[in-house]
Design a protein around this ligand. Structure first.
Ligand code: BDR
Length: 317
């Protein structure tokens, strides 16, 4: 049984990823920790509970994390995900925030890792503020994890938020720096370029969202704004390869729940640019080991597309 903590900033692709994890066999979600990011922390908390409600999984504990980055100004991605993070679709029945745990996200992560040493995998699909703070509060925390999966960063200086910066690493660049420096557990990164190369074909999306289930109807509604945005020239220009729907966070979550979904990695030392005028937040790859970092990460390179699509399909059943 895989034991996971999901660290999220629930916008549309986080919601898809959470649903994929909830539907997976042999996966236990020990908690969902929330962070600022795609939208405000309050919206992220509400969105996370909405996803759990539609999946009848409100028993999974949800924790309040950091509402702002370590140093940077807050950045949200409302244009893309909708201001509320889930397409601005009214939801009269959204669960109330009284369902949240009282314990904070950072404390919960540290406690859960202490209770399950060497067994917990964290999947971070948000800015990395919660994880950076956890490593500062308890420097022994990173080594207690089984693995860390991150959606963020880039390999070819392609940006989606700034010229060279991917959203999660731009939204809290200092946190990304701390995490890549301190987390010495096996670390896997689903980068922006990886997502852009593996977008979901529109024909798949149509079938996926047309399933006659409450989960598919929910995803169809909350992703409608984002799907329209993705089809505009501005967003299709970002893609490498075939046109389609770029479900960034799902790659990181799929890689964590199914060891066979990613078929090729590149092992390399990485860090984050914190100073550049155009490059702040860009992930930097040290192919020549000039930085003499002891720890290397695994960058996702190839995916078994059929297997990936089966996970997605199953998530909305
Ligand atoms: C990342 O930014 C967010 O908008 C998405 O949810 C994803 O985590 C992609 O750059």
């Amino acid at each position: 049984m895989k034991k996971l903590i999901l660290d999220v900033d629930t916008g549309v692709d986080d919601a898809q990823g959470i649903m994929v994890a909830l539907a997976a066999d042999d996966v236990q979600i020990l908690g969902i920790t929330c962070c600022h990011g795609n939208t405000s922390l309050e919206n992220v908390l509400r969105n996370t509970l909405r996803v759990l409600k539609v999946c009848n999984r409100l028993e999974i504990p949800v924790y309040r994390g950091n509402s702002e980055p370590l140093l940077a100004k807050r950045t949200h991605a409302g244009d893309f995900h909708g201001k509320d993070g889930l397409g601005d679709v009214p939801d009269e029945d959204a669960p109330g925030l009284e369902l949240l745990q009282e314990e904070g996200a950072v404390q919960a992560m540290i406690r859960i890792a202490n209770e399950n040493p060497g067994e917990v995998t964290v999947v971070a699909t948000a800015p990395l503020t919660n994880l950076a703070v956890a490593a500062k509060v308890d420097p022994s925390f990173p080594a207690k994890l089984k693995a860390l999966h991150i959606m963020g960063g880039n390999t070819e200086s392609r940006g989606n938020t700034t010229v060279c910066g991917e959203f999660n690493f731009v939204a809290d660049s200092e946190a990304a720096y701390v995490v890549l420096d301190r987390y010495t557990c096996p670390t896997y990164i689903a980068t922006w370029e990886f997502s852009c190369t593996n977008s979901l074909p529109w024909s798949f999306c149509d079938t996926w969202l047309a399933q006659d289930t409450p989960k598919a109807r929910f995803m169809e509604r909350v992703s409608s704004h984002t799907r329209k945005m993705v089809q505009t020239e501005r967003y299709q220009k970002e893609l490498i390869g075939e046109p389609g729907f770029n479900t960034c966070d799902v790659y990181a979550i799929a890689a964590a729940i199914d060891d066979r979904v990613v078929t090729e990695h590149e092992e390399v030392a990485v860090t984050v640019e914190l100073a550049g005028t155009y490059t702040r937040g860009m992930m930097v790859l040290d192919h020549l080991d000039l930085l003499k970092k002891k720890h290397k990460v695994f960058i996702l390179k190839k995916i078994d597309k059929d297997r990936f699509q089966r996970l997605l399909m199953n998530a909305l059943k």
